[in-house]
Design a protein around this ligand. Structure first.
Ligand code: SF4
Ligand code: SF4
Ligand code: SF4
Ligand code: FES
Length: 573
């Protein structure tokens, strides 16, 4: 331990602590901007400066290590003045249009300027010129970049994509796409959105598609049909001050109907359908011995699909042919649902509400269209956007009564719900694969080894084996693309072998998705996962094959899993 003094308080702190950590443990907050624990401790912004007795210069608390006898002042007049000047210098290079910025009220720079009571701007304005294709899914506004380099660190260290790089020197140092100069990182970006959720300002955002939904609602010739992804329910209510318990899917359905939407379904239903299709595909490959050559990889995460196609084309050949739950439900809304309701599919406007940025790009894939060539899903709104849409419609969410989802794809199971968390797809698949192989049900918690625990969360991937009849199934699960890279490298090198592999691009799975509400300096995936796990454990149906609406859709429309029609609508080929 090391003895130090902070603001006159004597403390004994662990060796090698930073001043920031030592102060935090003692309940003393030091403002930060660029600091991102473990990933970005580069001391770039100089907002966390502190005065240390005997030091000529102020020191950044986030990357200064404590020393025996150190006397630190975090609130001296010199510290406060330096922080103020550093903020004013940032403001001079910043397009301060807070009134039209999606990060207003959730922006670190804005918060710091408010906290420091900055009301004057002594330095001349000097924005960085930039161009960007604002039709692309991921948008960078260089005039709001504070050069903290968090995006570079997250993309390099967590997501192994290396899509951002640092360009220029001195005052002109900036962040730019690594792989082209045309204003978008293009194919080498997985569109996971993790750089957006870790950006402290509005410099990185996802394209806002709310206007498209507004226009569709206003167009009386259109039937607006919405689907809501499993993990949206863990987070959408935060925009209205609701807890996850208060903001279940039935309340969001009521709010959307008030906003003018015609029908609301849950993507949990098509997650159950994905299990029937992908589980059957897996069993076919497994029982014919094909998974001894290479595992079947899940394909429900478009961030992972983009990544594997661009980084590991050999492995991409082993992706499941099943479409993602979003695309399956989109295809069924414009076929099965339209047929049942007698609605012309061309008049349906299909909207997905997703925790995901990559799904905005997935729905625009040319192969995800119906017989008329129209997209199966017309537009994707992130969880953040649905909050903005409901606010713009002045919906009094807190005082609404929840309503039931619409027929004929109303039911869902706990297995569909846990799709939103790492390990959830695998657990749901194993529950049904066991039934399909043995015609008996295993306990729904029999496969809980695939869930992330405190111990396994820090590993690049986790693995488990299960005996189904006389066969042993070897599975692996990874979330975060850096972890996926390690796992795929090990599989391609023949160091490990599995039959079935689940990969989610976002750390923790969709609960930590790039389209979820941003909680500054907080990783929310774990607590949101607990919400989904609780919903699963209390759901009266916990196995996808027990979903009565799934039984009906096979009986009345699709035939059997992997039938010709199922392949046509629910698989990529
Ligand atoms: S990034 Fe922050 S400070 Fe800049 S315009 Fe947006 S809200 Fe305002
Ligand atoms: S969206 Fe993901 S892959 Fe793309 S630049 Fe951001 S962190 Fe990197
Ligand atoms: S993990 Fe989920 S939120 Fe993240 S890219 Fe994949 S599907 Fe989208
Ligand atoms: S937070 Fe310490 S230098 Fe940026």
């Amino acid at each position: 331990m090391v003895n130090i003094t902070i603001n006159g308080v004597s403390l004994s702190v662990p060796e090698n602590s930073t001043v920031l950590q030592a102060a935090k443990n003692a309940g003393i907050e030091i403002p930060t901007l660029c600091f991102l624990k473990e990933y970005n401790e580069i001391g770039a912004c100089r907002i966390c400066l502190v005065e240390i007795k005997g030091y000529d210069r102020l020191a950044p608390a986030c990357n200064t290590t404590v020393e025996e006898g150190m006397v630190i002042n975090t609130r001296s007049a010199r510290v406060i003045e330096a922080r103020r000047i550093n903020l004013q210098l940032l403001m001079a290079q910043h397009d301060q249009n807070c009134l039209s910025c999606v990060r207003s009220e959730n922006c670190k720079l804005q918060q710091l300027c408010n906290d420091e009571n900055i009301t004057t701007q002594p330095f001349e304005k000097d924005f960085e010129p930039f161009e960007w294709n604002t039709n692309w899914t991921l948008i960078r506004d260089a005039s709001k970049c504070v050069k903290c380099m968090r995006c570079v660190s997250i993309c390099d260290q967590v997501q192994a994509n290396h899509a951002w790089t640092i360009k220029g020197t001195g005052k002109r140092t900036t962040v730019a796409p690594s792989f082209n100069t045309e204003g978008a990182p293009d194919m080498r970006c997985a569109l996971c959105g993790q750089c957006i959720t870790h950006c402290p300002t509005g410099a990185l955002t996802a394209r806002d598609d709310c206007d498209k939904v507004f226009d569709a609602i206003a167009d009386e010739s259109k039937t607006v049909v919405v689907q809501i992804a499993p993990s949206v329910r863990t987070a959408w209510g935060s925009a209205f001050g609701l807890t996850p318990e208060e903001s279940d899917i039935d309340l969001l359905a009521a709010a959307l109907k008030q906003a003018g939407v015609d029908y609301v379904f849950s993507t949990d239903f098509s997650a159950d359908l994905t299990i029937m299709e992908e589980g059957s595909e897996f069993l076919e490959l497994f029982t014919s011995g094909k998974t001894t050559e290479a595992p079947l990889f899940t394909s429900c995460c478009p961030g992972w699909v983009r990544y594997v196609n661009s980084h590991f084309p050999q492995t991409a050949r082993h992706l499941s042919t099943a479409k993602s739950p979003q695309q399956m439900l989109g295809a069924l809304i414009k076929s099965y649902f339209a047929e049942q309701q007698g609605i012309d599919p061309e008049t349906i406007y299909s909207v997905s509400i997703m925790p995901c940025v990559a799904k905005k790009s997935e729905c625009a894939r040319e192969d995800f269209t119906d017989a008329c060539g129209d997209p199966d899903v017309d537009v994707v709104l992130t969880t953040r956007e649905v909050g903005r849409l409901l606010k713009r419609k002045n919906i009094d969410v807190a005082n609404l009564e929840p309503i039931e989802l619409d027929q004929p794809m109303q039911d869902y199971t706990g297995a569909g719900t846990i799709f939103g968390a790492t390990g959830g797809v695998m657990e749901a698949a194993l529950r049904s694969a066991y039934f399909l192989a043995t015609k008996t049900n295993a306990d729904p918690d029999a496969f809980k080894e695939v869930r992330a625990t405190k111990e396994t969360r820090v590993l690049p991937w986790r693995e488990a084996t299960f005996d189904i009849e006389d066969n042993t199934v070897r599975v692996a699960i990874a979330s975060g693309l850096g972890n996926a890279e390690e796992l795929v490298n090990a599989i391609e090198a023949g160091e490990v072998h599995y039959d079935f592999v689940e990969i989610m691009a976002c750390p923790g799975g969709c609960v930590g998705g790039g389209g979820q509400p941003i909680v500054m300096d907080c990783e929310m995936a774990e607590s949101r996962e607990e919400v989904l796990r609780r919903l699963d454990s209390t759901c009266k149906l916990r196995r996808s094959h027990d979903n009565p609406d799934i039984t009906k859709i096979y009986e009345n429309f699709l035939g059997t899993p992997l039938s010709h029609k199922a392949h046509d609508l629910l698989h990529t080929h």
